[in-house]
Design a protein. Structure first.
Length: 113
């Protein structure tokens, strides 16, 4: 079943969104977020980042992922996503557990043992 959501623009134009398309786009963002978190965690562990520098590195990589997603969508990002800000907040909060897991594991393997 393919549903559509409708929203009325300020100009009075009605815009329809495909539920399946939006779900697929968010699934791809989630996959990218998980991959970025794992790779950034491994990188932070290998180069030996600790405490605040490690979290700052995560913040920078999260912002970089957000910029790359919006760059890939182009100026017509609203065809693929309803809003831009939830992509950023989801990117920063959704992958922090994966990042810390890989960061501490790789740091321990490289620098402690």
């Amino acid at each position: 079943m393919n549903r559509t959501f409708k929203r009325k623009e300020k100009s009075g134009e009605v815009v329809a969104y495909s539920e399946a398309g939006i779900r697929h786009n968010h699934m791809m963002v989630e996959y990218s977020r998980t991959s970025m978190s794992a790779l950034a965690g491994c990188t932070a562990g290998i180069i030996g980042l600790t405490s605040l520098w490690g979290f700052l590195f995560y913040l920078v990589t999260g912002l970089l992922l957000w910029v790359m997603i919006l760059a890939k969508a182009g100026p017509s990002w609203n065809k693929y996503f309803r809003e831009r800000l939830p992509i950023l907040t989801g990117t920063l909060t959704g992958g922090i557990g994966t990042y810390i897991l890989f960061w501490t594991f790789i740091y321990g393997m490289v620098h402690v043992y």
